[in-house]
Write a protein that binds this ligand. Structure first.
Ligand SMILES: [Zn+2]
Length: 314
């Protein structure tokens, strides 16, 4: 019996052990299957959307520290300097005129003589004498009362001017060149007496004869030119073919029609279609192209309240 009990106990122990082992295996198997299933599920599972990554707060873009909006420069090759408004070119621009010639405004041919600018008892350094009818081509330097005296520096230009007119088939007469201070004193008195005035001016306040010291004839850089000898020189001379030719060609010889019609308030002198003044071809061309009288031309080179820059003293 004991043997049977013993065997029974052994059997029970074995049975319990076997059950325990089987249970353990079952557990292990199930656990492995679950793990496999989980792995498979993870392999095929749609990845759950990851939450959007919150971007790291970036600093707001700081605008570049620009000082001020700069203007786009014009595509000019070289910057054009602005002329000084107090320079001849600057004054010309203000008046809507082109650049004036670069001349030595202090040179003798630009000396200004008028009612406001006296040359006192000035005497030219050297006179030359031209035939009044331009029949001869020589220039004499000894006094000759029958000839027309002018400053020697303009003698050749005046002779060429007169001969040019003559060669065009027109009569030309060099009526009056240099007059001394004393001759102008007498001339002024005579003209005033003939016109019933004492100040040398007409009813409009324009000079018909200049006081001594204020005449361009004393400067000797001018000449009254007519067709024939005329005891009275007046506006009628504008109708002569000689004046028309002289006016059209004077610039070629460096002369300007000094007292034109319409400029009387600036020159202070009545219209004189016979008085021509030498200023050189460069200045003449600019004056005529821009319809400037000598006062207007010289003003381009003059300070507002001062004398002409480098103005010659006579
Ligand atoms: Zn004159």
């Amino acid at each position: 019996m004991r043997v049977l009990r013993f065997l029974g106990i052994v059997f029970i122990v074995i049975a319990l052990a076997a059950s325990f082992i089987l249970f353990g295996l079952r557990y292990l198997y199930t656990d492995a299957s679950d793990q496999k299933a989980l792995a498979a599920a993870m392999a095929t599972a749609v990845p759950s959307p990851t939450p959007d990554q919150t971007p790291a707060p970036t600093a707001a873009p700081t605008p570049e520290a620009t000082a001020a909006p700069t203007e786009t420069p014009e595509p000019t090759a070289t910057p054009v300097p602005t002329p000084d408004p107090d320079s001849p070119e600057g004054r010309a621009i203000t008046l809507g005129l082109p650049k004036p010639p670069e001349i030595d405004i202090g040179s003798w041919e630009f000396t200004l003589v008028n009612g406001d600018n006296s040359i006192g008892t000035y005497v030219p350094e050297q006179l030359a004498y031209l035939d009044q009818t331009a029949a001869q081509t020589d220039i004499q330097y000894d006094y000759n009362g029958n000839r027309c005296p002018v400053d020697a520096r303009i003698a050749q230009a005046l002779l060429d001017f007169a001969l040019g007119c003559k060669q065009a088939g027109l009569p030309v007469f060099l009526s009056s060149g240099y007059r001394s201070y004393n001759e102008q004193v007498q001339n002024f008195q005579r003209v005033c007496q003939n016109n019933g005035v004492t100040d040398g001016k007409d009813a409009n306040g324009h000079y018909i004869t200049m006081p001594a010291g204020c005449s361009e004839h004393q400067l000797a850089l001018c000449c009254d030119i007519t067709d024939i000898y005329r005891p009275i020189k007046n506006k009628e001379i504008e109708n002569t073919a000689t004046f028309q030719w002289l006016k059209e060609h004077c610039a070629e010889y460096g002369f300007v029609h000094r007292f034109p019609e319409g400029k009387e308030d600036i020159t202070g002198v009545m219209y004189e279609p016979f008085h021509f003044r030498y200023v050189g071809t460069e200045a003449t061309a600019y004056m005529m192209e821009n319809d400037l009288c000598l006062e207007e031309f010289l003003a381009l080179y003059r300070d507002v309240n001062g004398p002409a820059e480098g103005a010659p003293s006579v």
